[in-house]
Design a protein around this ligand. Structure first.
Ligand SMILES: [Zn+2]
Length: 549
């Protein structure tokens, strides 16, 4: 994340814009599709008044009009557009492929019925194979960083010792590896499998093991290596020099024999680390009967959990990325996972203690995962589902005010957070059978898949127009990035602080406003960099939409 190449720091913002005719209408909707009974909506942007104008759903098969409706009053102005409309065609439920027509403009094609979320899910998982480091059979590149780590840093001291930190995943478009995001992603992959072993049991390489667990094992193996003498954790491998040496393939990294490891510890890191290792211990014991590996994971988890009261609340080692502010939610998750793996009641009591202290989350990211602990605990005490409800109510209040239905303002990595809302809805529904937040959740998914100002599907390779110019080394060298998922828009003021040189902004500036800017541009490490954490969230959300006959 925050890949800051020095070459992009000299900045001249391009103010030119691709001219839009005053007649042109832009129709924005989910470019993949809807299940038959879901809420189906689109947004229309226009410079002229379209009140009361008819719209049509057109069948792609025979060009016939199969549904019609009327635009109501303009919703509000947005950026350069004085007139905006929210279109609802939920009543139309016939299976097929369609476009929405307004005047002589057509939307992207979308499906009603069984949209192909299985392909999206497996492609999002392929991104992890691209991110693999060391001797882990990566795709699109050779084995890399096989000398990790070349030195160890503790505070302001360099320890003259070499430990094996090969493996794991590069975090984002750069080649740094982080404990925090690796543990989160590993946890989410295993959690997804436990949540629904059928939907997440796909085995595209036909080797008998679910692909999602094979990938999680890459994370677990690396996390085990991050244990430093049972008292500290390796929190990061490589420093910010990684961002200053330009684009290069990982096997040719000029810094490949100069990659320090940072040591640190904190209750926050113990929380997510123990969560990942204890769910791993359980699944590798119960599914794969790998007792030695399972015991190693559990012993390591138990040891770190036991020292939590003698370490700082939050770790501050490393170079300043992915710093947490809180730890209770993560310790709650660690404790409940330890309970599920060992059946020792003390862990359940401690999980409740930390989960109550954490309270509801109003965000979703690597550091805001209390909802996972609340979900787990609800299986033992239904009151913990209320925390999920409080969180969903908060997003519901937000999204109703937004033209495009986003549940949060755009800060950083917000596509991950939007899908986090959908994730919380999936958890909440499973606990309560209460479907009242479905429309909120669908709206977040639709935003990511094209119902946004730019009409762009943020997952590369899907939809009529998708993000493709990711801030990632492989976009640069290979011209492709399987499962690339853009970080998503940020507030204009936030973006301007980074002074990024955008190579071609002309299309994108037409559809921005003060609260949301986005560029499909390889220099843009703020809105267009993919990360393992966002993919881990997205895999869970889209995987749960897979329809199995
Ligand atoms: Zn590597």
């Amino acid at each position: 994340m925050k890949l800051i190449f020095s070459i992009v720091l000299i900045f001249i913002f391009q103010c030119s814009s691709e001219l839009i005719s005053s007649d042109e209408i832009f129709i924005r909707l989910n470019q993949i599709g809807f299940q038959e009974n879901e809420t189906k909506t689109a947004v229309v942007l226009s410079k002229r008044n379209l009140n009361n104008k008819k719209f049509f759903i057109i069948s792609v098969k025979n060009n016939s009009k199969v549904f019609e409706g009327k635009l109501e009053k303009s919703y509000s102005s947005y950026g350069k557009f004085n007139f905006t409309y929210q279109v609802d065609f939920s009543k139309f439920t016939t299976f097929g492929f369609y476009k929405l027509q307004l005047d002589n403009q057509f939307s992207s094609t979308f499906e009603i019925g069984n949209p192909s979320y299985d392909k999206i899910t497996s492609t999002l998982l392929d991104f992890f194979k691209v991110q693999r480091c060391g001797y882990t059979s990566p795709i699109l590149h050779k084995e890399c960083h096989i000398a990790d780590a070349t030195s160890i840093i503790l505070g302001d001291k360099v320890i003259d010792e070499k430990i094996d930190l090969t493996g794991g995943w590069h975090d984002a478009g750069d080649y740094i590896k982080f404990l925090n995001t690796t543990a989160f992603s590993t946890y989410m992959l295993i959690f997804a499998y436990e949540f629904d072993p059928v939907k997440f049991g796909f085995d595209n390489d036909s080797n008998g093991a679910p692909d999602i667990l094979e990938e999680a094992k890459i994370g677990l193996d690396w996390l085990i290596r991050c244990n430093y003498q049972n008292k500290l954790l390796v929190t990061q491998v490589q420093d910010l020099r990684d961002h200053d040496v330009g684009w290069r393939m990982p096997e040719n990294d000029t810094l490949r024999f100069d990659r320090p490891a940072f040591l640190g510890i904190g209750k926050n890191l113990i929380g997510i680390y123990v969560s990942a290792l204890s769910i791993g211990a359980r699944v590798w014991r119960d599914k794969f009967y790998m007792n030695n590996f399972s015991d190693l994971c559990l012993t390591t988890a138990e040891n770190f959990y036991s020292i939590r009261n003698s370490v700082p609340d939050v770790d501050s080692s490393g170079t300043g990325a992915y710093l947490d502010k809180s730890f209770n939610g993560k310790l709650a998750l660690a404790a409940i996972e330890m309970y599920k793996t060992t059946n020792r009641k003390i862990f359940l009591d401690q999980a409740k203690f930390y989960a109550d202290k954490a309270g509801a989350d109003y965000w979703w990211s690597y550091g805001d995962i209390s909802s996972l602990a609340h979900y787990r605990l609800s299986q033992y005490d239904q009151k913990y589902a209320d925390y999920l409800k409080i969180s969903l109510e908060h997003y519901k209040l937000n999204y109703k005010k937004m033209l495009f239905g986003n549940g949060t303002p755009f800060i950083w990595g917000t596509n991950n957070t939007l899908l986090g809302i959908a994730l919380k809805n999936i958890l909440y529904k499973k606990l309560t059978n209460d479907f009242s937040y479905d429309t909120l959740a669908i709206s977040q998914r639709d935003y990511v898949l094209g119902k946004n100002p730019w009409g762009i599907c943020f997952i590369g390779g899907f939809g009529n127009r998708s993000a493709s110019n990711f801030h990632h080394q492989f976009t640069k060298f290979k011209g492709k990035l399987p499962g690339g998922f853009a970080a998503g828009p940020v507030d204009k003021k936030i973006f301007s602080e980074y002074k990024i040189q955008i190579e071609n902004s002309s299309y994108f500036v037409n559809f921005e406003n003060e609260n949301a800017v986005y560029y499909d541009d390889k220099n843009d490490y703020v809105t267009n960099e993919p990360t393992i954490i966002a993919n881990a969230t997205a895999i869970f959300v889209f995987g749960n939409s897979i329809i199995k006959n």
